[in-house]
Design a protein around this ligand. Structure first.
Ligand SMILES: NC(=O)c1ccc[n+]([C@@H]2O[C@H](COP(=O)([O-])OP(=O)(O)OC[C@H]3O[C@@H](n4cnc5c(N)ncnc54)[C@H](O)[C@@H]3O)[C@@H](O)[C@H]2O)c1
Length: 284
């Protein structure tokens, strides 16, 4: 039985998944290599819980209890007593591979090692572990506390038991799991690649400005957010890493090619909402 969920990476996604797990009454050990990231995550979680209480989505007692259940930790070894792991560190295959190799030595036998990767091969992420059957994709969407969908991605070696345990946990967390095969970008990020890519090409060719493309997509296409608003929410660095990863994994298939605008935004430190500047400005 799962009592404690270990979460690796306390950025946008890790902090959101920690909230979801704590509100579902799990103990949460939240690990990040950066003390600053852990502090920022705890501040963000506190303010999100406060807002949820104000909006009467949760009670003050639920917020206090959930906050007390989240334990920020800088040492990966503190995840040793976890019954289920969700990794949400940066989108870099070598970083994730190393984390999973280390986890293999730290957690107990049979503990599911899930990655929240948006695009990387689950099979590759788990390839240095001795238990590839316990490795699975558990892809939450941003913002994790709000979005219902969780893609449960089966790597080449993922066992039926691991996939089922992951689906069951997603349901306990109030989410809707959808099982899919290990393919670059899975379902949603594969479908979404041309959404961002064509918008960037329109912008790059000077066909229309950012605001106009977003407005038309929302007004006429019925989308909740335009491609540029969404890239700002996701993080332009994260979205760029996903685009590059899908492009590489499809052996440089032209339709998945990243756009130079993405690289330039990343190089200039304009990463979207998290840096208060992206395609739009979020200064006070
Ligand atoms: N942002 C999104 O919209 C979104 C949506 C779904 C999935 N994802 C995926 O979730 C993962 C995290 O994305 P994010 O947006 O939260 O990124 P982020 O940049 O906000 O946070 C990443 C965190 O990982 C930490 N980190 C880096 N190396 C680490 C290590 N070795 N061990 C532990 N922590 C480490 C960083 O300090 C940082 O706090 C990525 O794989 C991404 O593709 C992102």
């Amino acid at each position: 039985m799962i009592k404690t969920v270990g979460i690796i990476g306390a950025g946008t996604m890790g902090s959101g998944i920690a909230q979801v797990a704590a509100l579902a009454r799990f103990e949460v050990v939240l690990h990040d290599v950066s003390a600053e990231a852990l502090k920022k995550a705890m501040d963000r979680i506190k303010s999100d819980f406060r807002r949820s209480v104000e909006r009467q989505k949760i009670t003050a007692t639920e917020a206090t209890e959930a906050l007390a259940a989240i334990h920020p930790r800088k040492d990966l070894h503190d995840l040793g007593d976890s019954d289920f792991i969700v990794e949400a560190a940066i989108e870099d295959l070598e970083v994730k591979r190393k984390i999973f190799k280390d986890l293999d030595q730290i957690v107990g036998p049979g503990v599911v090692l899930a990655t929240n990767t948006s695009s990387l091969s689950i099979t590759a992420v788990g390839s240095l572990t001795n238990t590839p059957e316990c490795v699975v994709g558990m892809h939450f969407f941003n913002p994790a506390p709000v979005m219902k969908l969780v893609e449960v991605v089966r790597g080449k070696h993922t066992s039926d038991g691991t996939a089922k345990e992951t689906c069951d946990l997603a349901v306990t967390m109030g989410k809707t799991p959808v099982v899919c095969k290990d393919t670059p970008g899975f379902i949603v990020n594969r479908v979404a690649r041309p959404f961002y890519g064509e918008a960037l090409r329109l912008l790059g060719e000077g066909v229309a400005p950012v605001e106009q493309i977003d407005r038309i997509v929302k007004a006429e296409g019925g989308f909740r957010m335009g491609p540029f608003e969404l890239m700002d929410l996701i993080g332009i660095d994260v979205n760029y890493a996903v685009t590059k990863s899908v492009y590489d994994q499809f052996f440089h298939e032209p339709r998945f090619r990243p756009h130079p605008i993405q690289r330039q935004m990343v190089e200039s430190g304009m990463l979207g909402r998290k840096t208060k500047k992206g395609f739009y400005s979020y200064e006070e």
